[in-house]
Design a binder for this molecule. Structure first.
Ligand SMILES: CC/C=C\C/C=C\C/C=C\C=C\CC(=O)SCCNC(=O)CCNC(=O)[C@H](O)C(C)(C)COP(=O)(O)OP(=O)(O)OC[C@H]1O[C@@H](n2cnc3c(N)ncnc32)[C@H](O)[C@@H]1OP(=O)(O)O
Length: 282
């Protein structure tokens, strides 16, 4: 998979305007800045960018599109002014449909393999809260810029669920092992300021525009680096985690299906959904 992506890494001429590359799907848009050649992938699923089957499929398709059109980099962000992504759509896991939940988890695996393994430089402009699956997406990127007063982290244990190994290794690729272990066990959500202090995010910006500009600046640091050498270096550094999921994706799916169908897990998800609804009516 990575080899064919690498074939796309040839220099290209740049023009001066920005163009909408894809409106084929309604849940993501891809805008390429023709001056920088950087693509911005925006998630757009109100109210909270909950990662359901359709959004995951659209994100995957958009990443493939960006890989295919020789963009110089990918910036992931959200159209919601206060939420990057609320993580997995809990309705996909609560009282799930047998076929759909398999497609859902497979789509999540596809997104992670494509984003974590992307041959182009990736950055997340985290313009809002980013719990669980939202944090997975952000930490799959190479660089993170976050707006103040939001939260980010893997809170799975607080929901009574266990983050799969690949969520954990992605988190661990950003945070020191001891800190990652403690945060995962606690289900800790970090404020922007805390995330910056521990290195979970790289920079703080005061607006989405500034966050995107800082992400573009990061991607720009590769301008004078040979793209093939950079991509092969990234590929080698990330190969172990990618191979592990590629080799075990069927078992990973079965484990998830078994786990999510446990009565205790279903009960916990139901209670959690109720608590989210109650919060909305307060
Ligand atoms: C051995 C192991 C083997 C296998 C592994 C097995 C299992 C692992 C499985 C799963 C891993 C899951 C990872 C996840 O991503 S789970 C999702 C975690 N997400 C959260 O906990 C976020 C919850 N939401 C919030 O905290 C907040 O909503 C917010 C901070 C994102 C936004 O707050 P707001 O105040 O702005 O908005 P709200 O009023 O709270 O929400 C609006 C609306 O949206 C609904 N909603 C929020 N989040 C979700 C969600 N994740 N899924 C579905 N729906 C969500 C919320 O209920 C409101 O709905 P109503 O308007 O009341 O209808």
């Amino acid at each position: 998979m990575m080899r064919s992506k690498l074939m796309n890494l040839v220099p290209r001429a740049v023009a001066t305007t920005s163009r909408q590359m894809s409106t084929a799907t309604k849940l993501t848009t891809v805008q390429v800045d023709d001056k920088t050649g950087i693509a911005t992938l925006t998630m757009n699923r109100p109210p909270v960018n909950g990662l359901n089957l359709e959004l995951l499929r659209d994100i995957h398709q958009s990443i493939e599109e960006i890989e295919g059109n020789k963009s110089r980099g990918l910036i992931l962000t959200s159209s919601n002014p206060t939420i990057f992504s609320a993580g997995l759509d809990i309705f996909e896991m609560y009282k799930p449909d047998k076929e759909r939940i398999r497609a859902f988890w497979t789509a999540l695996q596809d997104v992670w393999l494509a984003l974590y393994g992307s041959s182009v430089p990736t950055a997340a402009a985290i313009n809002g809260h980013s719990p669980a699956g939202g944090c997975l997406l952000a930490t799959s990127c190479e660089y993170r810029v976050m707006l103040p007063k939001y939260t980010i982290g893997l809170n799975e244990t607080k929901l009574g669920i266990v983050a799969p190994k690949w969520f954990m290794s992605t988190f661990e690729s950003v945070l020191p092992r001891r800190l990652a272990e403690r945060a995962l066990n606690q289900g800790r959500m970090f404020t922007t300021e805390e995330a910056l202090a521990v290195g979970l995010v790289d920079e703080v910006a005061n607006s989405k525009e500034e966050a995107i500009a800082k992400c573009a600046q990061f991607i720009g640091t590769f301008a004078k680096v040979n793209p093939l050498a950079r991509a092969l270096t990234k590929q080698q550094l990330r190969a172990e985690e990618l191979k592990q999921l590629e080799d075990e994706r069927v078992q990973d799916l079965e484990k998830f299906i078994f786990f999510v169908n446990q009565p205790a897990v279903q009960k916990g998800l139901g209670i959690y959904l109720e608590s989210l609804k109650k919060k909305a009516t307060k």
